[in-house]
Write a protein of this length. Structure first.
Length: 301
């Protein structure tokens, strides 16, 4: 029975990864999860300098998930290199670094500093606001997404996975744009833009007013977007969005994802990732699936 999958020439022991921003760099979860069991760990987003993030409150529970406006708080790439990568190297799992920035220069600075580091690939978060363009996210316009992908592809020695925003009109168009610009793969979806208001205090639940919606509520949207992207491009897809169990993960794969990242579920169940790995193996035995790759894009009418 084969659970290995391949993304951009890199082999993963199984298709289950951790979604950026929900697992730190693994230190917080190592007491609950054997990281050796995972296909890979996607680190929390890292910038070229430390980011403080948004003011509090910046997390709110909502029906079917949560809103967050953390603002990509992170200690910067130097800390990742000195502290987090040596920790992750102890384990037999792939290391994917999520990269964020507020300008093309910011992204390229991080990418170049990671070129000689022991990572398998980079996940590029293009949902960051571009300060040069009045705060519009890089991932909200095909030309901007293509431009930053092209610039990063020129500089990176690692495969690059472009993390797409769902807050667009046509996800297939975005996927095509970054594929044409040199992306080795795409991951989706990032969070959906949402808002919560406390009716008694008449105040916004988040200091930022809006935040990213994640959790089970977004899963059907994520599955639809993975399916649409898979039919628009030939590069591999890492699917994410509201994955709680093996059924959710396999649904993503049937829609066209090669691998699946588990995010918000980690907060409710710290062992969610390894539970899903175990349950996928049980599913394969029960259903007579010899190779997990048989599931990729296998949905039919």
């Amino acid at each position: 029975m084969n659970t290995k999958v391949n993304i951009a020439g890199i082999t993963f022991k199984n298709p289950i990864l951790t979604a950026s921003g929900t697992f730190g760099s693994g230190q917080e979860y190592a007491q609950f999860v054997d990281l050796n069991r995972l296909g890979g760990v996607i680190t929390k987003g890292v910038a070229n300098v430390p980011w403080e993030g948004n003011p509090t409150p910046r997390v709110a529970e909502v029906y079917g998930g949560m809103l967050n406006a953390v603002g990509l708080q992170n200690p910067g790439v130097d800390v990742l290199i000195k502290r987090d990568l040596p920790f992750l190297q102890q384990f037999d799992t792939r290391i994917l670094v999520n990269v964020c920035g507020r300008s093309v220069y910011d992204y390229l600075d991080v990418v170049e500093r990671l070129n000689d580091q022991p990572v398998s690939m980079l996940e590029i978060n293009i949902s960051c606001p571009n300060v040069k363009e009045g705060g519009m996210a890089f991932g909200q316009a095909p030309n901007m997404a293509a431009h930053i992908t092209q610039e990063i592809r020129k500089k990176s020695t690692h495969p690059i996975i472009i993390k797409l925003s769902p807050n667009v009109t046509n996800i297939g168009e975005m996927a095509k744009a970054v594929e044409a610009a040199g992306a080795d793969g795409i991951s989706l979806i990032n969070t959906l833009l949402g808002m919560k208001i406390d009716v008694k205090s008449r105040r916004f639940a988040l200091a930022n007013r809006t935040g990213g919606l994640s959790g089970p509520a977004v899963h059907p949207v994520a599955v639809r977007m993975v399916y649409e992207a898979a039919h628009a491009v030939d590069i591999p897809i890492i699917g994410m969005g509201g994955v709680r169990n093996a059924e959710d993960a396999l649904e993503m794969m049937l829609a066209g994802a090669t691998a699946v990242a588990v995010g918000t579920a980690n907060f409710a169940n710290p062992t969610a990732t390894v539970d899903i790995v175990n349950d996928i193996r049980q599913f394969m035995v029960a259903e007579g699936v010899q190779d997990i790759n048989e599931m990729i894009g296998a949905v039919h009418d």
